[in-house]
Design a protein around this ligand. Structure first.
Ligand code: 5BU
Length: 261
Protein backbone atom coordinates (compact mmCIF):
# COMPACT_ATOMS: atom_id res chain seq x y z
CA UNK A 1 0.00 0.00 0.00
CA UNK A 2 1.39 3.42 -0.93
CA UNK A 3 0.97 6.59 1.08
CA UNK A 4 -1.08 8.17 -1.69
CA UNK A 5 -3.73 5.45 -1.43
CA UNK A 6 -4.26 6.10 2.30
CA UNK A 7 -7.10 8.31 3.48
CA UNK A 8 -6.34 11.35 5.62
CA UNK A 9 -8.08 9.52 8.45
CA UNK A 10 -5.83 6.44 8.00
CA UNK A 11 -2.78 8.66 8.18
CA UNK A 12 -3.92 10.21 11.47
CA UNK A 13 -2.89 6.97 13.20
CA UNK A 14 0.74 7.62 12.26
CA UNK A 15 0.88 11.14 13.71
CA UNK A 16 2.41 11.88 17.09
CA UNK A 17 1.09 15.42 17.43
CA UNK A 18 -2.58 15.48 18.50
CA UNK A 19 -3.26 18.57 16.38
CA UNK A 20 -2.07 16.69 13.25
CA UNK A 21 -4.49 13.85 14.00
CA UNK A 22 -7.26 16.37 14.56
CA UNK A 23 -6.60 18.09 11.23
CA UNK A 24 -6.48 14.87 9.21
CA UNK A 25 -9.65 13.53 10.85
CA UNK A 26 -11.46 16.81 10.35
CA UNK A 27 -10.59 16.80 6.63
CA UNK A 28 -12.14 13.39 6.02
CA UNK A 29 -15.16 14.08 8.24
CA UNK A 30 -15.88 17.41 6.59
CA UNK A 31 -14.68 16.29 3.13
CA UNK A 32 -12.52 19.28 2.47
CA UNK A 33 -8.80 19.83 1.86
CA UNK A 34 -9.24 23.53 1.14
CA UNK A 35 -7.50 26.21 3.20
CA UNK A 36 -8.63 29.80 2.75
CA UNK A 37 -5.84 32.36 2.72
CA UNK A 38 -7.84 35.22 4.22
CA UNK A 39 -5.54 38.05 3.13
CA UNK A 40 -7.68 41.02 4.10
CA UNK A 41 -6.79 44.11 6.08
CA UNK A 42 -9.86 44.75 8.25
CA UNK A 43 -11.10 42.73 11.20
CA UNK A 44 -14.66 42.93 9.97
CA UNK A 45 -13.73 41.52 6.55
CA UNK A 46 -11.77 38.69 8.14
CA UNK A 47 -14.68 37.76 10.40
CA UNK A 48 -17.14 37.97 7.52
CA UNK A 49 -15.07 35.56 5.38
CA UNK A 50 -14.54 33.17 8.28
CA UNK A 51 -18.30 33.12 8.89
CA UNK A 52 -19.29 32.79 5.23
CA UNK A 53 -16.60 30.40 4.01
CA UNK A 54 -15.90 28.54 7.27
CA UNK A 55 -18.22 25.63 6.34
CA UNK A 56 -16.15 24.96 3.19
CA UNK A 57 -12.63 24.83 4.65
CA UNK A 58 -10.36 22.74 6.86
CA UNK A 59 -8.08 25.65 7.69
CA UNK A 60 -8.29 29.42 7.88
CA UNK A 61 -4.88 30.90 7.11
CA UNK A 62 -4.25 34.37 8.48
CA UNK A 63 -1.65 37.12 8.19
CA UNK A 64 -2.66 38.77 11.45
CA UNK A 65 -0.08 41.57 11.04
CA UNK A 66 -1.82 43.00 7.95
CA UNK A 67 -5.01 43.73 9.94
CA UNK A 68 -5.22 47.49 10.44
CA UNK A 69 -7.66 47.46 13.35
CA UNK A 70 -6.40 44.44 15.29
CA UNK A 71 -7.73 43.81 18.81
CA UNK A 72 -7.58 40.69 20.96
CA UNK A 73 -11.35 40.48 20.43
CA UNK A 74 -10.72 39.58 16.79
CA UNK A 75 -8.82 36.41 17.62
CA UNK A 76 -11.45 35.45 20.22
CA UNK A 77 -14.10 35.77 17.52
CA UNK A 78 -12.02 33.70 15.09
CA UNK A 79 -11.72 30.96 17.73
CA UNK A 80 -15.49 30.96 18.19
CA UNK A 81 -15.99 30.65 14.43
CA UNK A 82 -13.41 27.84 14.25
CA UNK A 83 -15.47 25.89 16.81
CA UNK A 84 -18.75 26.69 15.11
CA UNK A 85 -17.66 25.71 11.58
CA UNK A 86 -15.02 23.08 12.45
CA UNK A 87 -11.85 24.48 10.98
CA UNK A 88 -8.39 25.05 12.41
CA UNK A 89 -6.52 28.36 12.34
CA UNK A 90 -3.08 28.70 10.77
CA UNK A 91 -1.15 31.95 11.30
CA UNK A 92 1.25 32.23 8.35
CA UNK A 93 3.90 34.00 10.45
CA UNK A 94 7.02 32.53 8.80
CA UNK A 95 9.24 32.85 11.87
CA UNK A 96 12.90 33.19 10.90
CA UNK A 97 14.99 34.17 13.95
CA UNK A 98 16.95 32.52 16.77
CA UNK A 99 15.07 30.38 19.27
CA UNK A 100 15.01 32.94 22.06
CA UNK A 101 13.54 35.66 19.85
CA UNK A 102 10.88 33.52 18.18
CA UNK A 103 9.72 32.35 21.61
CA UNK A 104 8.77 35.94 22.43
CA UNK A 105 7.32 36.60 18.99
CA UNK A 106 5.15 33.47 19.23
CA UNK A 107 4.00 33.85 22.82
CA UNK A 108 3.73 37.57 23.38
CA UNK A 109 3.77 40.95 21.68
CA UNK A 110 0.58 42.42 20.31
CA UNK A 111 -0.69 39.26 18.64
CA UNK A 112 -0.06 36.45 21.17
CA UNK A 113 -0.13 33.98 18.26
CA UNK A 114 0.27 30.84 20.38
CA UNK A 115 -2.95 31.67 22.26
CA UNK A 116 -5.23 31.34 19.24
CA UNK A 117 -3.47 29.81 16.21
CA UNK A 118 -3.56 26.00 16.08
CA UNK A 119 -0.74 26.05 13.54
CA UNK A 120 2.04 28.40 12.57
CA UNK A 121 5.08 28.08 10.34
CA UNK A 122 8.80 28.77 10.36
CA UNK A 123 11.79 28.88 8.06
CA UNK A 124 14.39 26.19 8.71
CA UNK A 125 17.16 28.60 7.68
CA UNK A 126 18.31 29.47 11.26
CA UNK A 127 18.72 25.77 12.16
CA UNK A 128 16.94 23.67 14.82
CA UNK A 129 17.12 26.36 17.55
CA UNK A 130 14.12 28.06 15.96
CA UNK A 131 12.06 24.89 16.45
CA UNK A 132 13.29 24.42 20.03
CA UNK A 133 12.15 27.99 20.82
CA UNK A 134 8.70 27.56 19.27
CA UNK A 135 8.36 24.12 20.87
CA UNK A 136 8.83 25.57 24.36
CA UNK A 137 5.80 27.79 23.84
CA UNK A 138 3.60 25.74 21.55
CA UNK A 139 3.92 22.11 22.57
CA UNK A 140 2.18 22.47 25.93
CA UNK A 141 -0.69 24.31 24.25
CA UNK A 142 -1.16 21.45 21.76
CA UNK A 143 -0.06 23.60 18.80
CA UNK A 144 1.61 22.38 15.62
CA UNK A 145 4.38 23.75 13.42
CA UNK A 146 4.87 23.64 9.66
CA UNK A 147 8.32 24.16 8.17
CA UNK A 148 8.74 26.02 4.91
CA UNK A 149 10.39 23.53 2.60
CA UNK A 150 9.62 25.03 -0.78
CA UNK A 151 7.96 28.34 -1.63
CA UNK A 152 5.69 29.08 -4.57
CA UNK A 153 7.48 32.23 -5.69
CA UNK A 154 9.74 32.20 -8.75
CA UNK A 155 13.46 32.37 -8.02
CA UNK A 156 13.27 31.21 -4.38
CA UNK A 157 16.53 29.84 -2.98
CA UNK A 158 15.21 26.56 -1.54
CA UNK A 159 17.06 24.00 -3.63
CA UNK A 160 16.81 20.24 -3.19
CA UNK A 161 19.64 20.12 -0.60
CA UNK A 162 17.83 22.78 1.48
CA UNK A 163 14.57 20.85 1.22
CA UNK A 164 16.20 17.58 2.31
CA UNK A 165 17.89 19.28 5.28
CA UNK A 166 14.53 20.82 6.25
CA UNK A 167 12.95 17.37 6.21
CA UNK A 168 15.75 15.98 8.38
CA UNK A 169 15.28 18.83 10.87
CA UNK A 170 11.54 18.18 11.08
CA UNK A 171 12.19 14.53 11.88
CA UNK A 172 13.79 15.57 15.18
CA UNK A 173 10.46 17.04 16.41
CA UNK A 174 7.75 14.51 15.48
CA UNK A 175 5.40 15.61 18.27
CA UNK A 176 5.41 19.25 17.19
CA UNK A 177 6.33 19.62 13.50
CA UNK A 178 3.34 18.25 11.64
CA UNK A 179 4.34 18.94 8.05
CA UNK A 180 5.53 21.38 5.43
CA UNK A 181 4.67 24.23 3.18
CA UNK A 182 5.73 22.75 -0.12
CA UNK A 183 4.84 22.29 -3.74
CA UNK A 184 5.56 18.53 -3.68
CA UNK A 185 5.24 15.60 -1.26
CA UNK A 186 8.66 15.10 0.30
CA UNK A 187 8.73 11.65 1.87
CA UNK A 188 6.99 8.28 2.01
CA UNK A 189 6.24 8.67 5.72
CA UNK A 190 2.45 8.95 6.09
CA UNK A 191 2.45 11.29 9.10
CA UNK A 192 3.67 14.43 7.29
CA UNK A 193 1.02 16.87 6.09
CA UNK A 194 1.83 18.91 2.98
CA UNK A 195 0.24 22.31 2.39
CA UNK A 196 0.53 24.05 -0.96
CA UNK A 197 0.07 27.79 -1.53
CA UNK A 198 0.08 29.33 -5.00
CA UNK A 199 -3.07 27.52 -6.14
CA UNK A 200 -5.54 28.85 -8.68
CA UNK A 201 -8.03 27.43 -11.14
CA UNK A 202 -5.72 28.42 -14.01
CA UNK A 203 -1.96 28.09 -13.70
CA UNK A 204 0.02 31.33 -14.24
CA UNK A 205 1.25 33.94 -11.82
CA UNK A 206 1.00 37.53 -10.63
CA UNK A 207 3.11 40.61 -11.30
CA UNK A 208 5.23 39.97 -8.16
CA UNK A 209 6.50 36.50 -9.12
CA UNK A 210 3.85 34.39 -7.44
CA UNK A 211 3.44 31.15 -9.44
CA UNK A 212 0.21 29.15 -9.53
CA UNK A 213 -0.59 25.49 -9.98
CA UNK A 214 -4.08 24.03 -10.29
CA UNK A 215 -5.70 22.09 -7.42
CA UNK A 216 -5.38 18.88 -9.47
CA UNK A 217 -1.67 19.44 -10.08
CA UNK A 218 -0.95 20.10 -6.39
CA UNK A 219 -2.94 17.19 -4.94
CA UNK A 220 -2.96 14.56 -7.67
CA UNK A 221 0.30 15.10 -9.56
CA UNK A 222 2.52 16.53 -6.84
CA UNK A 223 1.05 14.53 -3.97
CA UNK A 224 0.32 17.32 -1.48
CA UNK A 225 -2.62 17.35 0.94
CA UNK A 226 -4.07 20.82 1.38
CA UNK A 227 -4.55 23.56 -1.20
CA UNK A 228 -4.19 27.11 0.07
CA UNK A 229 -6.22 29.56 -2.00
CA UNK A 230 -6.34 33.32 -1.52
CA UNK A 231 -7.10 35.59 -4.45
CA UNK A 232 -8.57 32.71 -6.47
CA UNK A 233 -11.50 32.92 -4.03
CA UNK A 234 -11.36 36.41 -2.55
CA UNK A 235 -11.10 38.25 -5.87
CA UNK A 236 -14.00 36.31 -7.39
CA UNK A 237 -17.40 37.96 -7.89
CA UNK A 238 -19.00 35.30 -5.71
CA UNK A 239 -16.44 33.99 -3.18
CA UNK A 240 -18.80 31.37 -1.73
CA UNK A 241 -19.48 29.72 -5.09
CA UNK A 242 -15.79 29.88 -5.90
CA UNK A 243 -14.82 28.36 -2.55
CA UNK A 244 -17.25 25.48 -3.14
CA UNK A 245 -15.70 24.94 -6.56
CA UNK A 246 -12.12 24.86 -5.19
CA UNK A 247 -13.30 22.54 -2.43
CA UNK A 248 -14.74 20.16 -5.02
CA UNK A 249 -11.65 20.31 -7.23
CA UNK A 250 -9.33 19.64 -4.29
CA UNK A 251 -11.48 16.77 -3.05
CA UNK A 252 -11.85 15.16 -6.48
CA UNK A 253 -8.06 15.29 -6.92
CA UNK A 254 -7.62 13.56 -3.53
CA UNK A 255 -10.08 10.79 -4.42
CA UNK A 256 -8.41 10.35 -7.80
CA UNK A 257 -4.99 10.05 -6.16
CA UNK A 258 -6.18 7.44 -3.67
CA UNK A 259 -7.71 5.42 -6.48
CA UNK A 260 -4.52 5.58 -8.52
CA UNK A 261 -2.58 4.49 -5.42
P1 5BU B 1 -2.82 33.96 -3.26
O1 5BU B 1 -3.71 35.14 -3.26
O2 5BU B 1 -3.59 32.62 -3.41
O3 5BU B 1 -1.68 34.08 -4.25
O4 5BU B 1 -2.19 33.96 -1.78
C1 5BU B 1 -1.25 33.02 -1.36
C2 5BU B 1 -1.03 33.11 0.12
O5 5BU B 1 -0.11 32.09 0.51
C3 5BU B 1 -0.46 34.42 0.63
O6 5BU B 1 -1.01 34.65 1.91
C4 5BU B 1 1.03 34.15 0.76
O7 5BU B 1 1.61 34.88 1.82
C5 5BU B 1 1.05 32.68 1.08
N1 5BU B 1 2.24 31.97 0.58
C6 5BU B 1 2.53 31.85 -0.76
O8 5BU B 1 1.82 32.37 -1.61
N2 5BU B 1 3.63 31.13 -1.16
C7 5BU B 1 4.46 30.53 -0.29
O9 5BU B 1 5.42 29.87 -0.69
C8 5BU B 1 4.15 30.68 1.10
C9 5BU B 1 3.04 31.38 1.49
BR1 5BU B 1 5.23 29.87 2.32
Amino acid sequence: MTVSSLSYQDRADYCQAPIAKQLLQLMDEKKTNLALSADVTSAQQLIAYAEQLGPEICLLKTHIDIIEDFTAGLTQTLRRLAEKHHFLIFEDRKFADIGNTVKHQYEGGLYRIADWADLTNAHSLPGPGIIHGLYEVGRKKNRGLLLLAEMSSAGHLMDSAYIQKTLAMAEQFPDFVIGFITQHALSTHPHWIYLTPGVKRDAGGDSLLQQYVTPEKAIYEQGTDIIIVGRGILAAKDPLTEAKSYRQQGWDAYLKRRKAG
